[in-house]
Design a protein around this ligand. Structure first.
Ligand code: NAD
Ligand code: MG
Length: 397
């Protein structure tokens, strides 16, 4: 079989680096066609030396210029592009078969849609893109015969436990519940009265996973699980009531599917993103990922708890937004991005993250999410409203 051409959107991030680690183990199977990042020119330069892609994109123009100079000096003939449009261009290149969508946040939407429109296999890590555009995203995938495979560990696990024809409807295929596992993050048992004092350093220190800053904060507020409930409904064409969040502190079971005959199928493994990455890249085959085999005796026990919606209001807001539909989830996602960014920059307290989202949802108009333009407008409006609320809450206006 000829090599698969791969484009990695967000190659310098945690998921991007793990993807290159997997690719590096299978040089006979994959060819890196394009690598992209926002502004990390030195990291992208190192990746270009090693993987010699045809294209390298840096959104930031100055960073792209620096990369160009470094590559010419090193005699590597990767073509350097800049600007957001270049992300869309490389995602749709003829030589690309698979697109790893691993940009963080709404910035990943347009290039991922471009990959869908070009009929690629999309390896979806960038859950925010799906959360903000739902129906429209899925329609683009279907219309252009693209393939959508989940990288998020829970969704990849669910996909592995699903019946072959799940697209025909979960109930019809004998599924009665998706059990979406969550570690509960670093503050599951912390005194709730001290949560307002949480620092960004404490919030990004996840007990089981090493991840980018934004998703680490999302895990601490459990908005990550809220976004994942929404993601699961779109990926598996189902209702919020079919998705039960289960706290499972060891992060060994990555999610489960419960069937009407009483069977519950679970996917297990060490918490290492190279498993879902290798699974989705090789699907329907399997290949080595570099992940250590699970030592079940060392694990010894698995614990489960119900989630606490009072401690984690973001989780409840995500269910509500999903039930409300339209641009509600676009607004939820945008407000969360603004609030998390403000928190990481020490401009907002940890407990005010959920307040900013709540106030933004209360003070914006929801409409049908029927076009990309409507979605982008809702995203932009929500960002303005939530930025105002960051200031109001922080200065008690
Ligand atoms: P990260 O912060 O480590 O990396 C983000 C990447 O996106 C970087 O390459 C960065 O250059 C690029 N980027 C950032 N802003 C950009 C912009 N405005 N335009 C273009 N590129 C931009 O993040 P991560 O942890 O790798 O997560 C990436 C995505 O995968 C997120 O959506 C996250 O929710 C999802 N995800 C991550 C994990 C994980 O274990 N890290 C697990 C599941 C899902
Ligand atoms: Mg996840």
């Amino acid at each position: 079989m000829s090599k698969q051409g791969v484009c990695i959107l967000g190659s310098t991030g945690t998921i991007g680096v793990n993807t290159l680690d997997v690719i590096n183990r299978h040089p006979e199977k994959y060819n890196v066609v394009a690598l992209t990042a926002n502004q990390a020119d030195e990291k992208l330069f190192q990746q270009c030396i090693k993987f010699k892609p045809q294209y390298a994109v840096l959104v930031n123009e100055d960073a792209a210029q620096r990369l160009e100079t470094k590559l010419r000096t090193a005699d590597v003939n990767t073509e350097v592009l800049s600007g957001v449009e270049s992300l869309e261009r490389v995602a749709g290149l003829q030589a690309v078969d698979q697109v790893m969508a691993a940009i963080v946040g709404a910035a990943g939407l347009l290039p991922t849609i471009a990959a869908a429109r070009a009929g690629k296999r999309i390896l979806l890590a960038n859950k925010e893109a799906l959360v903000m555009s739902g129906d429209l995203f899925i329609n683009e995938v279907t219309r252009h015969n693209a393939e959508l495979l989940p990288i998020d560990s829970e969704h990849n696990a669910i996909f592995q436990c699903m019946p072959d024809k799940f697209e025909l409807g979960l109930e019809q295929q004998g599924v009665n519940k998706i059990l979406l596992t969550a570690s509960g993050g670093p503050f599951r048992t912390r005194d709730i009265n001290t949560l307002h004092k949480v620092t960004p350093e404490e919030a990004v220190a996840h007990p089981n996973w090493v991840m980018g800053q934004k998703i680490s904060v999302d895990s601490a507020t459990m908005m990550n699980k809220g976004l994942e409930v929404i993601e699961a409904c779109w990926l598996f064409n189902t209702q919020p009531s079919m998705v039960q969040v289960v706290l499972h502190t060891q992060s060994i079971i990555h999610s489960m599917v419960s069937y009407t005959d009483g069977s519950v199928l679970a996917q297990m493994g060490n918490p290492d993103m190279r498993t879902p990455i290798a699974h989705a890249m090789a699907w329907p085959e399997r290949m080595l990922s570099g992940v250590e085999p699970l030592d079940i005796f060392e694990v010894a026990r698995l614990d489960f708890e119900k989630p606490d919606f009072v401690r984690f209001p973001c989780l409840a807001m995500a269910y509500d937004a999903l039930n409300e539909g339209g641009t509600s989830t676009t607004i939820l996602n945008a407000a969360n991005e603004i609030a998390v960014d403000a928190f990481l920059n020490k401009k907002l307290s940890f407990t005010n993250i959920s307040k900013v989202i709540e106030k933004t949802l209360e003070n914006t108009t929801k409409v049908e999410a029927d076009s990309l333009q409507t979605i982008l407008q809702a995203d932009s409006d929500a960002r303005h409203v939530s930025s105002d609320w960051v200031n109001k809450l922080e200065f008690n206006l």
